[in-house]
Each structure stands twice: as structure tokens, then as C-alpha cells.
Design a protein around this ligand. Sequence first.
Ligand code: APR
Length: 267
Amino acid sequence: MNDMNDSGALFSGQMVAALRHARHVVVLTGAGVSAESGVPTFRDAQTGLWARYDATALATPDAFRADPALVWGWYEWRRAAVMRAAPNPAHAAVAALARQVPELTVITQNVDDLHERAGSAGVIHLHGRLMQPRCFQCGTPWRYPAGVPDEPEGGRRVTPPDCPRCAGPIRPGVVWFGEGLPADEWQSALAAAAGCDLMLAIGTSALVYPAAELPQIAVNTGATLVQINPQATSLDGIAHWNLPGAAGITLPALLRAAFVGGMNETA
Ligand code: APR
């Protein structure tokens, strides 16, 4: 195992070489990648109206059935936060990595569009997309009105719109706890994890399955696993390298070490 400090001064030469020579890199991202853009992770302390609720308990079909205005209001508040946010240097580095390696697959558990806004294409969204709501009853896609929703800082309840087709409530386009992942996206993610030679797991607690299986699949099929996360996670034991820093600092530093002359390598 080799560490680096937060200034990005030191990386293992072996790890840098593995990245530089990788043919297919998978980047698996979680909420930590968007944290530096100001989008709260699910496990951050909630504020305002939401302080009374466990965020993971709001993200279920049962919660929506029981109190649609509470759950829709929470997602409107999250949507406002995402629309006001800008991609950070970690998102930009992921987009830049696509130009450095022969093949890059970006798999995200995030429902925001910050990877796309940073320039990544073909991102696999395992947990759906906040910006693509649909009817809870009939599944018909629905479009948000233009503009950022004007949500108060502390959040509020908002009655969901009615589906123009069946009058059912509109729900956010995300995968809730207890729901299956989108089949095509999951199959693509499985194939990429099994086919890559290096996986970067960035800003994920790796607690939520089946997404958390992907790093293990990559390791089982011989890939190098590099993790970037300031906290300990369940991947610490299987990662070949753990880089305990913030994604927006550590990933750009790693790419500089790998692709700009290798001046930060250590033996
Ligand atoms: N850089 C890198 N990692 C960070 C940063 C940062 N600046 N800030 C926080 N993290 C790490 C935390 O240490 C934590 O391990 O990001 C991780 C966020 O963990 P979670 O909130 O559990 O996010 P994630 O792993 O994406 O959750 C998976 O669970 O809540 C559901 O559906 C939701 O997609 C989400 C899924």
C-alpha cells in the first residue's frame, strides 16, 4: 500500500504506471465526487425541514406513497442544489481522463448531471437521473419547467405535478431503495467492471448494493483497484491503493503524475 498526502506530492510509481498503461479504465463515482460542488451526500447531516428525516428513508417508493409532497419537496430541494452547483475539478479530471486512456467508462451512482456538464459522455447512471422524472403510475416521462426551482433554503413540502396522461403523481427519475437498477445500465456496468484493467473508485462509501459489487468484480477479474476517499470505506481491504484525499485535489494530482511527465512519481 502507498499513500499520498493531500497536496498530491507523492504517488506510488507502480500505481502511476498502472494508470498510464491501462487500456480500459473504469471510474466508479459516488456522492463524494459531487460533495465539493456543494451537493450534500445522502449521509451528510440534513438541514432545515429535512433534519427531522433520515434521507435514506425518504428515498423509497413507500415514503412517496405515504407522503408524496414530502418526498417530491425533498427532491425539488436537491434539484435546486444541483442546478445551482457547478462541476468541480474532480468532474473535470474524469472528463480529461477520457482523452488520456484508450477506453474509459464512467459509472456513477450520482443522480446529478455534473459529470456530463464537465464534458463526460456516455456516463452510466446506475441510480437514475434526477432531471428525468416520470409518472409514478404509468411511467410516462415528464419534463420540468425551465429554470431553477425556487426552493427555500430549509426546504418545504411540494405537491408533485399530475401526469397529463393518467393523472398519477410525477416522481423523480431516480432509483429508490427497494427498486431495481435500470437493466441496460447495470449490464453495461457489469461488463465494464469485468473487462477493465484499472478501476478508480472515487467518493463512494460502497455500502449500497449492487453498485458496491463492481469493485470486487473488477478485482476478481484481475484489475487494479485504486480508491480515492478521505474516509475509511468497505473497499479499503480490497483496493490495491487507497488515496485518502478529497477527490477534487487528489484525482487531478494523480492525472498530472501519470500523464504530465510523471514528475510526482516515487520509486
Ligand atoms: N472526495 C472524495 N470522497 C468524499 C469527499 C470528497 N471531497 N467527501 C466525501 N467523500 C466520501 C465519503 O467519505 C463517503 O465515503 O464520499 C462517500 C459518500 O458516501 P455516500 O453518501 O454513502 O454516497 P454513495 O456511496 O454514492 O451512496 C450510494 O446510496 O444514498 C444512496 O442512492 C444513493 O447513490 C447513492 C447510494
